[in-house]
Design a protein around this ligand. Structure first.
Ligand code: RET
Length: 247
């Protein structure tokens, strides 16, 4: 069945990944359907949000099928680098998902706050740095992986500052209704995004929990950060004209 590592998901992990995959497909269809009930000029947040769950559905299809991973040596000893050791299944496909979807999540939030394009582009660039350092760290065997992790955490700190301070103030200036959607979706995002490096630390980083537990941890986070976040965001936008955001 294509297994080439010692520590893998079981059928329980796979079933859970299938369930999340199905949920992402349903969410994508609902978000697109809701968009079609609006005039073309009012669909921007539906398109962005549906793209996020669409990409996630394919990532979850891959992981449920036990694809999109590479075996990475864990329990590595610098004193004896040739020791064959144990290999853990590391799903690099997560990072392909995140490198596409986290900029779209930030676009949802920063457009809601009416932020100027140069600010949006820089936050997105920092976000790409965060995801790529996370991938590099996950693939590195030695303890240098924690160096990459530290760069990623610094990038996340900048994103949290932009969401919690600059963008929140900007959203409040545009009106109390816009301020309220931003506060709700921005707070949810800040809270959830801080949990991702914790999951990474005990899965890809420290190999402290099994891949099935990893599936549960990241799966719950992704359901809250994508379909639940998207539903709240689109609901919050129901009475907001995009022209007020310069869109
Ligand atoms: C990594 C490891 C490096 C340090 C940090 C990370 C943060 C990742 C985040 C991911 C968010 C993903 C989302 C996916 C969509 O559902 C890459 C784990 C800080 C915040 C929201």
């Amino acid at each position: 069945n294509g297994r080439t590592s010692d520590i893998n998901i079981t059928t329980h992990g796979s079933d859970w990944y299938w369930a999340v995959c199905a949920l992402m497909i349903v969410a994508t269809m609902v978000f697109i359907g809701l968009g079609f009930r609006k005039p073309r000029t009012h669909r921007i947040f539906h398109y962005i949000t549906a793209s996020i769950t669409m990409v996630a559905a394919i990532a979850y299809f891959s992981m449920a099928s036990n694809l999109g991973f590479t075996p990475i040596q864990v329990q590595y000893r610098r004193s004896d680098p040739k020791v064959s050791g144990v290999f853990r299944e590391i799903f690099y496909v997560r990072y392909i998902d995140w490198v596409i979807t986290t900029p779209l999540l930030l676009l949802d939030l920063l457009l809601t706050a009416g932020m100027p394009w140069p600010s949006i582009l820089f936050v997105i660039l920092v976000d790409e740095v965060m995801i790529v350092t996370g991938l590099a760290g996950a693939l590195v065997v030695s303890s240098y992986k924690w160096g990459y992790f530290a760069f990623g955490c610094a990038a996340l700190a900048y994103i949290v500052y932009q969401l919690g301070w600059e963008s929140r103030k900007h959203a409040n200036h545009l009106g109390t209704d816009i301020g309220r959607v931003f506060l709700m979706c921005g707070s949810l995002t800040t809270f959830l995004w801080i949990l991702y490096p914790i999951a990474w630390g005990i899965c890809e980083g420290g190999n402290l929990i099994a891949p099935d537990s990893e599936a549960a941890f990241y799966g719950v986070l992704d359901v809250l950060a994508k379909p639940v976040f998207g539903a709240l965001l689109l609901f919050g936008h129901r009475n907001i004209d995009p022209s007020r955001l310069g869109l």
